[in-house]
Design a protein around this ligand. Structure first.
Ligand code: LLP
Length: 421
């Protein structure tokens, strides 16, 4: 289900006209649909209802507190990668016992805090991290739950920047080294082996890499069992793709069928860390046309949103749909580049789009709910956009627009210094 519909020429998100949101909250603006997030979460959980499982939302995809709160209320667990994400989840009402802590560079302070609140497990990515975790747990007099993130060396066939399961990536422990580390963890008093984890990449549009990765993980689980090590869960990470343009990612039921079939009668609980699939299509980025410009026959719409707001086109060359928020009947569409005000040639939201738009018009950049605001910055000293959550006919401002005073609050001028001549 997409929350977007066009009624009398005007784009709506759930029951709210996007024009009204732009008037009320200004632009650029992120808008999320509570209904779409909820529908996706329920569909994911329903697809795996025949097997014990937990859906741990990957917070990095969209870490707005209200989004986390919504998912916590639905019963989601959370996949975090930093102390900051941990505090967000706790503040949003997430249950610490539903949190898995991923990431290659966990600091001592992050481990301490996660142990203190009692996360479900650490997805450990190296021997050095395992030893550090053991030392921290020992010092605190607690037992750290451990799941090793293994690198199954499968090609996720996605953009190289978001592929993580190949042996040349920095992520995880190679499957061949994993058995020895499990043996070590099983013997360590301050560590408790709970599961195994893998995440091979993001925006995957076929099932094969998931199934290949699972096969390799299952071979490891069987070897561990022979060695007397039992696991409580198998975490298959996130990565299921969404539709930005003309991709045809598998549906959640096909994904679940493929995985459950491969799992056979194994009893370990399944865990998942979906991010994009839950929130990607549940968000749009609203931006207003400031200028219409022509250079040597090339047409540009200069808009008030930029690469600092939505980095994906600049960083990965990603495609996002761009739709006029209201129709302009009678105005012919022309081929345009939709560009922002940032001083970089990579500052574009879309290229070669057929659009009929004039200065002052609103554009909706679609499928912007994942890795949109979360990757935003203050580059060019731009204030980050506001975020709004829509539910039915209601809309809630869930992050106010930044001000320049907000940006300057962290900085300090130098004290008077002697001036050298
Ligand atoms: N688990 C782990 C350990 C991850 O590293 C990630 C994403 C996920 C789960 C969630 O993956 P998802 O279900 O969202 O595919 N900024 C990039 C995507 C980076 C993904 C990083 N890891 C983009 O905009 O495409």
């Amino acid at each position: 289900m997409t929350p977007l519909s066009r009624r009398n020429g005007h784009l709506h998100f759930e029951e709210v006209a996007l024009t009204a949101l732009a008037e009320r909250h200004g632009t650029p603006l992120y808008v999320y649909s509570a209904g779409a997030i909820e529908a996706r979460y329920r569909a994911f959980a329903a697809a795996f209802r025949s097997h014990p499982h937990r859906v741990c939302y990957a917070v990095k995809a969209n870490s707005n507190l209200a989004v986390l709160q919504l998912l916590a209320q639905l019963g989601a667990g959370f996949d975090i990668v930093s102390g900051g994400e941990l505090e967000r989840v706790l503040l949003a009402g997430g249950d610490p016992a539903g949190i898995v802590f991923s990431g290659v560079g966990k600091t001592v302070a992050e481990m301490e805090r996660a142990l203190e609140v009692g996360v479900a497990c650490f997805n450990v990515e190296s021997k050095a991290e395992l030893l550090r975790l053991e030392a921290v747990a020992k010092r605190l007099g607690v037992v750290a739950p451990v799941s090793l993130r293994v690198n199954p060396d499968v090609d996720a066939a996605t953009h190289p920047y978001i592929s993580t399961g190949l042996k040349e990536n920095k992520f995880g422990v190679s499957i061949s080294d994993a058995a020895a580390l499990y043996r070590y963890a099983a013997d360590a008093q301050a560590l408790a082996v709970t599961g195994v984890d893998c995440h091979i990449g993001s925006q995957l549009t076929t099932l094969e890499p998931f199934v290949d990765a699972l096969d390799r993980v299952l071979a490891l689980v069987e070897a561990l069992n022979r060695d007397g090590i039992e696991l409580a869960h198998i975490d298959l990470g996130g990565g299921l793709g969404v539709r930005y343009q003309d991709e045809t990612p598998p549906g959640i039921d096909a994904y679940a069928t493929a995985i459950l079939e491969r799992l056979g009668h194994r009893r370990e609980a399944l865990m998942f860390e979906p991010g994009r699939w839950l929130v990607g299509e549940a968000g749009v980025f609203l931006t207003r046309v400031e200028y219409v410009k022509e250079n040597e026959g090339r047409h540009f719409l200069v808009v008030d949103g930029a690469m600092n707001d939505l980095l994906r086109p600049a960083l990965y060359g990603s495609f996002h749909g761009i739709e006029p928020v209201f129709d302009r009947p009678g105005t012919p569409a022309v081929e345009v580049d939709v560009v922002g005000p940032v001083c970089e040639s990579s500052d574009f939201l879309g290229k070669n789009r057929m659009l009929a738009a004039a200065a002052g018009d609103l554009l909706a950049v679609t499928t912007a709910g994942a890795y949109g605001f979360g990757m935003a910055s203050n580059y060019n000293s731009r204030n980050r956009a506001a975020e709004v959550l829509v539910r039915g006919e209601q809309d809630f401002l869930v992050r106010r627009r930044e001000t320049t005073a907000d940006q300057l609050a962290f900085e300090q001028l130098l004290p008077p210094l002697p001036v050298s001549d």
